[in-house]
Ligand binder design. Structure first.
Ligand code: SF4
Ligand code: SF4
Ligand code: SF4
Length: 263
């Protein structure tokens, strides 16, 4: 007998959703303030979370991931042998590594440790048994492993983190602005701190934070690192206000003992 039944069509399989990039956040010696900037991103954070799969982030989730990472964010500086080994293991599992925050990019305030004899610092922190506790001079992340992207600042300027993540996910370069904070400060129509009798590091500091501190009534402390070629404006400021270059250098040391690019 002839089979009159129509063949049953198997439903077309829904296209498999592309796996989201696996992203993890790790912290070393830091105050965790840069992580807080991320958790405070608000709606922007929802956009970020929509594009990636956050698999480790101690500040926000308890999950752990044992596979490789597409992107890792590293906060904090390196100050002992264990941290150095841990960082190298993370690097070995990461396609892209982003150092974020002054501690990670330039040593940050932790770098001030390098202004003293190591044993002097150890004794003042750990007391007479200080030799029981491992401690090494502060290193920025690029001084231990290869860094693919840097997000400067103490803390980071969160919108910049989103820009850097977008660049990383597209495989595009991101360059930290190399013009001084003064350029942004002038656009924001702030009264210059020098006119108020305060020494501000804006002429020597990399922009990109939208002159955050000055907008809020403070000086710039140089947390985003030094511009590679300070404008003539910087020399004019030194002579006009009779500043000593040593003063500027000492102020920069607060965040920048482990300068970018120095191995
Ligand atoms: S860069 Fe500043 S805010 Fe970020 S972890 Fe270091 S000390 Fe904290
Ligand atoms: S020196 Fe400081 S306050 Fe003056 S313009 Fe530059 S960033 Fe702004
Ligand atoms: S104004 Fe200066 S100290 Fe403040 S966030 Fe910007 S670079 Fe850092």
């Amino acid at each position: 007998m002839k089979n009159t039944k129509k063949p049953v069509k198997t439903p077309a399989k829904a296209p498999k959703a592309a796996a989201k990039p696996k992203v993890a956040f790790f912290d070393f010696a830091s105050c965790e303030g840069c992580q807080l900037q991320i958790t405070n991103l608000g709606e922007l954070l929802l956009d970020v979370l929509g594009a990636v799969d956050v698999v480790e982030f101690r500040e926000a989730i308890s999950e752990k991931w044992d596979g490789d990472y597409d992107v890792v964010f590293i906060e904090g500086s390196i100050g002992d042998h264990h941290a150095e080994e841990r960082l190298k293991k993370i690097r070995a599992r990461a396609k892209v590594l982003i150092a974020y925050g002054a501690c990670a990019c330039t040593g940050g305030v932790n770098g001030m440790k390098n202004s003293f004899e190591l044993d002097e610092i150890r004794a003042s922190v750990y007391g007479k048994d200080y030799k029981l506790f491992d401690s090494t001079p502060t290193k920025a992340i690029h001084q231990v492993v290869k860094v693919d992207y840097s997000i400067n600042g103490c803390p980071i300027y969160a919108p910049e983190l989103v820009e850097v993540l977008k660049s990383a996910l597209r495989g595009l370069p991101y360059t930290v602005p190399d013009n001084p904070v003064c350029a942004e400060c002038k656009l924001n129509e702030n009264v210059c701190m020098y006119e108020r009798g305060l020494a501000c590091l804006g002429p020597w500091t990399k922009a990109g934070c939208n002159s955050w501190c000055v907008n809020n009534g403070n000086i710039c402390y140089g947390c985003r690192g030094e511009v590679s070629n300070p404008a003539k404006n910087a020399n004019d400021v030194i002579s006009k206000y009779n500043l000593k270059p040593e003063l500027i250098k000492a102020k920069f040391d607060m965040y920048n003992k482990c300068k970018e690019g120095v191995k």
